[in-house]
Structure formats: C-alpha cells, structure tokens
Design a protein around this ligand. Structure first.
Ligand code: GDP
Ligand code: IMO
Ligand code: MG
Length: 432
C-alpha cells in the first residue's frame, strides 16, 4: 500500500497539476482535499494543454476514480462547466468515476460578491484574492451556516438555509458595501438545476476511500495552492482560507493520518507569487522579467502576471517541515537555462542584522527581512530533452544538489518542461 499526498511548498503554481497527472498513472483514486476554483492546475500531454480548477488532475487517465473531497469548496456552476468542457473534448471517459463529497461546502453567488466587494471597498487590507468567493465560503463553513452538497440535494433544507443566508448576506452587501442585494428566488432556481446535474456524482467519499484502501488501491491526494498560502502556516493574512499543508489531506477527505505514506512537495526552481503579500526574494529587475516571460508566469485562474524571484529555500525548508515532505518534485528547471549566475536564498537577515533560517510570523518583521544568497554558476545547454539525471550539465546538477541538501528532503522528480514526458523520475512514491 502506498498513498501519496502532493502539496505545494511555495505560494502555489509550482506545477502540482503536472506532477499529479504524471503520478495518476500509478494511482487508482485521485482526490482533491482543499481549496476551490481559486486553483488553476495545468496539464500538458503531447503538446495539448488542459487547465483544471476543481476536477482532480488525474482526470486525463481513463478508468480512475476522481474525487472532490469534503475539504473543497465547490462552485457548482464552475464544476458543471468544467465537466462539460472535458466531455466536449471527449476527455471525461465513461469508465472514469467523478465523485463529489456530500459534505463539501458550496460557493454561493453572495460569496463571490462579498469577496469582490471587500477587495474593492478597502475594508481591511487588499489580499489580491482570485475573487471566486473562497474566503466567504470557508467563513460560512466555520461559522456553521454554510450550505453543503447534501443540502443542495434536499430542496427543503436547501431553501431554509438559503433564506437565512440571503437575509444576512443582503444586509451585509447593501448596508456595508452599498451593493445590490441578491435574489433568493433566482438563486433557488439556478441551484435547483445544478442539484439535478450533480446528483449522480454525489457520494460519501470518505467511505469509498476507506473501501478502496481496504482493497489495496492506491490513493493520490491532490493539494491546491502552497504551504505559504496556508491559513495557519502561511504569510497571514496574505493567504488563502484553507489549510494547504499535507496534513489537511486527511481532514479534507475523511481518512486518518495512517493512510498516508509519502508526501511529495512540489518546488519550482525559482519563486513566484500572485496577489499581495511579502516576498523576500522578489526581483523587480530584468531577471525577474525574464523568469516571468520564459516561465510564462501568468495565473492559470485570473490571468494575472505572477511576481517572480530567486529560489527561497527558507520557504521550502519550512514547507518540508510542516507538510512532512518525504520527496521533492523540482519543476521548471528549464526556465533557468541561460542565466549566467543563479542565486539561492539560504536565510534572511533581519532589520537588526540577525541571521534567521525561518520565516518570522510577524509580518512587519518578515517585510523587513533581506535575503542572504549563495551564488552558483548557471548553464546554457538546453535541458528539456533530459531523461536521466546524468543528461544534465554539471552546473545544473550542482544547482539541484545544493537545493536538495538545503531542503532537508530527497529529490523525487525533476521537471524540465511542461509536458508529461519532459520529466526525470528519480524515485516513484508509489514504489512502482
Ligand atoms: P499548479 O497550480 O501548481 O498546478 O501550477 P500551474 O499549472 O498554475 O502553473 C505551472 C505552469 O508551469 C503551467 O503552465 C505548467 O504547464 C508549467 N510547467 C509545469 N512544469 C514545468 C516545467 O518543468 N517547465 C516549464 N517550462 N513549464 C512547466
Ligand atoms: P494553485 O492551486 C497561486 C492566492 C491569490 C491570493 C490569495 C488569496 O493553482 O497553486 P483566494 O482567492 O484563495 O482567497 O486568494 O491566494 N491564490 C493562489 N496563488 N496559486 C493558487 O492556486 C492560488 N489560489 C489562491 O492570488 O493572493
Ligand atoms: Mg496554479
């Protein structure tokens, strides 16, 4: 038995989608455990790109079970659209089961409106959210007024919960933000139609996972965002509203910790961030612009330009610790080709001149930190065709060796291009 969690070690967009798609070949069930359609996971197979926001990145492999776990917040309109897009491309094979947890919470129209209104009305600090209603949906879950997928399937319960929520949210929208109120009837009609479309996919995913585990099937848990966007362990308040660390694979799907054997932490060969918040190694120069262009660093969800900077091993080491990473999947190494001198951040210098190897919790202190770099020689050779570590130039190997020793975990995989095939596999976490 080998069940594997894939989680980001930075601020998201590390290439989780590519790695999950690759590992899905060896898995039987692929399950998303948190986040919502704030995520954008890109898969490229033989040059053809697929971007997924809610459906697990195992969906291109026919005959697998793909699950949306209870820890995910589901916008039914987005889910149905995503299913239809895949079907229109002949991709959602009939042998594939797509299941949605009955306990997952729904994103409602008022969640999106509140998210956008908060960001634009200057209430509190602007986070630079994706505007998808993620934070407000998780708030309702925690304050116990959220509407779940199982409620959607029960018209009476749904209507009762909707009424109560609309009352409260309309007060908030109109009085605090001077926005238009939402219409309960219109939402009831819209969501009633979604209920019928989703009904065949709704299941007790926790129970099915346990049954599959008992049969010796292999489970791949797919994380969204990254460690430093985690609500507890990230750069709060510039984070998302869920736990993105590997531990949440259990709570977000309904399995116990003993079900997980390996955690693969996805680490981009440099650092990016979308939205606001501190970024110690950010480069506002031609190298930053080059990483952005060569790496095609545009948000897969919002299309925003991603901020870019040198690899920050303080962040990665922190992620290895809090997610219990057993193997690192290093991605986008090819993007560094042609840069004469590469820098790796090994620690931070505080305003008082002290050296620290951890991320200060106090945002004011973090914002004052300066990076301490080690400089390494770059390489010019094209590495995209590399299939074995021996195919990589000496300077590339020195860069990844240093990264590995600073991370505190072993390298499991090196990605040298966006395509599924452009990968060097060092250690398969499923043990095949
Ligand atoms: P995710 O959110 O972690 O799944 O990552 P995204 O899909 O948002 O962003 C990663 C981007 O990098 C996507 O466009 C991928 O196709 C691309 N990508 C993944 N791995 C590599 C790689 O090794 N090299 C290059 N050049 N691109 C990659
Ligand atoms: P994947 O899974 C990168 C960022 C947003 C914003 C903050 C809060 O593709 O790696 P939210 O809408 O979640 O309330 O926004 O989190 N963010 C991401 N950044 N990749 C993601 O997902 C992200 N999901 C949210 O840009 O800064
Ligand atoms: Mg992404």
């Amino acid at each position: 038995m080998a069940n594997v969690v894939v989680a980001g070690t930075q601020w998201g967009d590390e290439g989780k989608g590519k790695v999950v798609d690759l590992y899905a070949e060896n898995a039987d069930v692929i399950v998303r455990f948190q986040g919502g359609n704030n995520a954008g996971h890109t898969l490229v197979v033989k040059g053809q790109q697929t971007i997924l926001h809610l459906i697990p990145s195992g969906i291109l492999h026919a005959g697998k079970t793909c699950m949306i776990g209870n820890g995910v917040v589901v916008d039914p309109a987005v889910l149905i659209e995503e299913m239809n897009t895949l079907k229109s491309r002949g991709l959602l094979a009939s042998s594939t089961r797509l299941l949605v947890s009955e306990k997952a919470h729904l994103i409602m129209p008022y969640h999106r409106l509140i998210d956008v209104a908060r960001e634009s009305h200057g209430v509190g600090k602007k986070i630079g959210t994706t505007g998808r209603g993620i934070g407000p949906a998780y708030e309702d879950k925690i304050s116990r007024v959220g509407i779940r997928v199982c409620d959607l399937l029960d018209p009476e319960v749904f209507r009762e919960k909707l009424k109560r929520n609309v009352q409260e949210k309309n007060f908030y929208l109109t009085k605090l933000f001077s926005e238009e109120p939402v219409d309960e009837e219109a939402i009831a009609r819209e969501y009633g139609a979604y209920a019928e479309q989703l009904r065949p996919h709704v299941a007790d995913c926790s129970l099915i996972l346990q049954q599959e585990i008992n049969k010796g099937k292999k489970i791949l848990f797919e994380g969204a965002q990254g460690c430093h966007l985690d609500i507890d362990h990230g750069t709060f308040p510039y984070v998302t509203s869920s736990n993105t660390v590997a531990g949440n694979a259990c709570c977000g799907t309904g399995v116990g910790p003993s079900a997980v054997q390996s955690v693969v932490g996805i680490c981009k060969a440099y650092t990016t961030r979308v939205g606001e918040g501190p970024f110690v190694t950010e480069l506002n120069d031609e190298i930053g612009a080059r990483l952005q262009q060569v790496g095609q660093e545009f948000g897969a969800t919002t299309g925003r330009k991603r901020r870019c900077g040198w690899l920050d091993m303080v962040l990665v080491r922190h992620a290895v610790r809090v997610s219990g990473v057993t193997g690192i999947a290093l991605t986008k190494l090819d993007v560094l080709t042609g840069i004469a001198k590469l820098k790796i951040c090994t620690g931070y210098r505080t305003e008082q001149g002290e050296f620290t190897e951890s991320v200060p919790a106090n945002l004011r202190l973090l914002q004052q930190c300066r990076p301490v770099y080690e400089e390494l020689d770059g390489w010019t050779e094209d590495i995209r065709g590399a299939k074995r570590i021996e195919d990589l130039p000496g300077n590339t190997r020195r860069y990844i060796d240093r990264l590995e020793s600073l991370s505190g975990a072993r390298l499991a995989l090196i990605s040298v291009g966006p395509d599924r095939d452009e990968t060097i596999i060092l250690n398969n976490p499923f043990g095949d």
